[in-house]
Ligand binder design. Structure first.
Ligand SMILES: C[S@@+](CC[C@H](N)C(=O)[O-])C[C@H]1O[C@@H](n2cnc3c(N)ncnc32)[C@H](O)[C@@H]1O
Length: 207
């Protein structure tokens, strides 16, 4: 298996959002964080030869990270067509051999019926722009329906919510770690050139 650092380097070519929408919380996942999540998933046997679904795929960063680790296929679901076009360009840049399917649609009602075991990877909107706490709930609910294992990025302070959501929906959090999420200035409400926020990542096994 290649190193996490090698994966991060390959992801360095992924372009950001061309026309980011604040309401959709279009912040690209930093390559280092995407590499961390997918390297851990690979070590757990959750990527190779499996179907990996990236909910709210945006630039494709998480799905393309998975595509570099030998999955059967990757499916990226995204509401915004412009972002999907960026993800397709990124697929060419990254040059992963695995088949990748891009679906334009609502990730909380994905038009998917997959018989094989599914791993979900996602960095869903946190609700920061809409003031809607736990906007990630619907994404977790989709993961519970679709996947037997999921990896999700949430804002810090989410552990209690995620653990109780998982328990209420037949899931169990098996791994959790904290990480930094560095965002380049891309919206008017950003006053600094770079902002760092704290996030938490959870691996959940769904029954
Ligand atoms: C925080 S961004 C993460 C994007 C992606 N992981 C990346 O690194 O580029 C959240 C993404 O979810 C998308 N999104 C928000 N609500 C959605 C929905 N209901 N269905 C599909 N995509 C959605 C946004 O457009 C955005 O691309």
């Amino acid at each position: 298996m290649a190193t996490r650092q090698a994966l991060e380097t390959r992801l360095g070519v992924v372009a950001g959002f061309e026309e980011p929408h604040a309401a959709l919380e279009q912040y690209p996942t930093p390559p280092g964080l995407a590499a961390h999540v997918v390297h851990l998933a690979d070590l757990q046997g959750d990527i190779e030869a499996r179907t990996v679904v990236d909910l709210g795929t945006g630039t494709g960063m998480l799905g393309l990270a998975a595509a570099l680790r030998g999955p059967a296929r990757v499916v990226g679901v995204e509401l915004d067509a412009t972002a999907l076009a960026t993800a397709q360009g990124n697929q060419r840049r990254v040059g992963a051999a695995a088949p990748v399917h891009w679906i334009h649609g609502d990730a909380t009602r994905p038009p998917l019926d997959i018989a094989e075991p599914v791993t979900v990877v996602m960095n869903p909107p946190f609700g920061a722009q809409t003031g809607q706490r736990h906007a990630d709930r619907e994404f977790l609910s989709t993961a519970a329906d679709l996947a037997d294992v999921s990896y999700s990025v949430h804002n810090s302070g989410s552990q209690e919510f995620v653990e109780s959501f998982a328990a209420d929906n037949g899931g169990e959090v098996t791994h959790a770690f904290a990480a930094d999420f560095e965002m380049e200035r891309q919206f008017d409400h950003h006053t600094e050139r770079k902002t760092e926020i704290d996030v938490e990542v959870f691996r959940i096994e769904w029954a």
